[in-house]
Design a protein around this ligand. Structure first.
Ligand SMILES: O=C(O)CCC(=O)C(=O)O
Ligand SMILES: [Fe+2]
Length: 383
């Protein structure tokens, strides 16, 4: 069942979090369905270079009561996700990027996480309990400003089937006026989006492989959490990986580079039980520098999101998604990069949606503003 906006009280978020984290008996997810919608912008070839469909065929949704939150239902070209999965597993964990394993292992031990995991992940289960590979123990990697968890820029989260991510706000970046972009690959997740206060009741939605989320404007600082990982729609990942094989074996592979048999096997194996999430955030605002001392400089407020009036280089949010992926494709984590091309909220209002698979009571067409009342699990109604 969908979490509800009428659940109130101090513990509302926690209750909903626990509801979706619960394993036995498992919660009923029947009301949660993928969102669907269409947009337009960015050149088709630029989008394709990042492995994305032409923007006119993207399906994106706003969410009633969550200004600035955009959900884009898997805008990836068939067969391009494995490129990103391989980036997350093989490329981004490489030094100088920092990961959770660095906290208790030496640099030489975490130098080649992929290489050290190849054997363990690709050998078929022998029946006896094998030690976990480094890839299976990987929980997060930071890109960009990664020397300090508090100053993170791009973050990769690695979720195993039993992982969750607690209730939090992403506020350690100094610039909250830029959107936070989130890309999901592999198994699915229940994502909970709350409000500015921890006690604001959250809305639950699925994040499936390929789905993209933009948290901008007010929603940039909303509480959120991932209470649980769930198997993706039947066969989805397998099909996607197979699509990759086809795409890579044909000449017009847009992302370039052939996925070797070994890479393909390992990515498939890993993703069968795991979820990858990439979030990209702007850390510094215009003119800001990291302080020498821990005292934080003035933050740029998310409520001011909307860009600088008269700025000519502003682009649409769809472009932000494409450009972000292009940067990541080049493994461009230069901390000096400023995301000047981010755009005002008002420009992002062209969504046209079919409502066949809307989560009741939550997703709203950006430009239609239809709203259905949510159905509420009885035991979550606490007022
Ligand atoms: O995994 C997700 O979907 C959310 C990740 C997240 O909230 C974070 O990294 O701050
Ligand atoms: Fe977050």
């Amino acid at each position: 069942m969908a979490a509800s906006s009428v659940v109130r009280g101090e513990d509302a978020f926690k209750k909903v979090f626990k509801f979706y984290k619960r394993k036995s008996p498992p919660p009923d997810f029947s009301d949660i369905v993928p969102a669907v919608l269409d947009l337009s912008a960015v050149s088709d070839s630029e989008a394709a270079r990042a492995g994305l469909q032409p923007v006119k065929s993207w399906r994106a949704f706003g969410l009633q009561g969550y200004p600035g939150f955009i959900f884009i239902s898997n805008p990836f070209l068939r067969g391009s996700q494995p490129f990103w999965i391989r980036q997350c597993l093989k490329t981004y964990p490489q030094k100088p990027n920092v990961c959770n394993l660095d906290m208790h292992m030496s640099l030489s031990d975490t130098q080649d996480i992929w290489g050290q995991s190849v054997h363990g992940l690709s050998s078929s289960p022998s029946g006896k309990r094998e030690p976990k590979t480094l890839l299976e123990r990987l929980r997060w990697v930071t890109l960009g400003y990664h020397y300090n968890w508090d100053t993170k820029a791009g973050i990769l989260n690695y979720y195993r089937h039993d992982s969750s991510l607690g209730i939090h706000v992403d506020e350690s970046e100094l610039d909250h006026s830029r959107p936070l972009l989130s890309f999901s690959f592999g198994q699915s997740a229940i994502f909970l989006l709350g409000g500015v206060r921890r006690e604001d009741p959250p809305t639950a939605m699925y994040m499936h492989s390929g789905d993209v989320m933009v948290m901008s404007g007010q929603s940039r600082l909303f509480y959120h959490a991932v209470p649980r990982i769930i198997p993706g729609p039947q066969g989805q990942t397998a099909l996607e990986m197979e699509g990759c094989r086809l795409a890579f074996s044909s000449q017009d592979s847009t992302l370039g580079g052939v996925l070797s048999e070994e890479d393909w096997v390992l990515c498939t194996r890993y993703i069968q039980s795991s979820r990858l999430n990439v979030t990209v955030r702007q850390v510094l605002g215009p003119g800001q520098r990291f302080p020498e001392t821990p005292s934080p400089p003035q933050k740029t407020d998310a409520s001011q999101a909307g860009g600088v009036p008269g700025q000519t280089s502003q682009r649409r949010k769809e472009e932000v998604v494409a450009v972000t992926l292009l940067r990541l494709q080049r493994h461009d984590t230069d901390p000096a990069v400023k995301w000047r091309h981010l755009i005002p909220e008002a420009l992002f209002s062209q969504a046209v949606a079919s409502d066949s698979s809307l989560l009741p009571g939550t997703f709203t067409h950006i430009n239609k503003c239809r709203h259905m009342r949510p159905r509420v699990p009885m035991h979550l109604q606490c007022d």
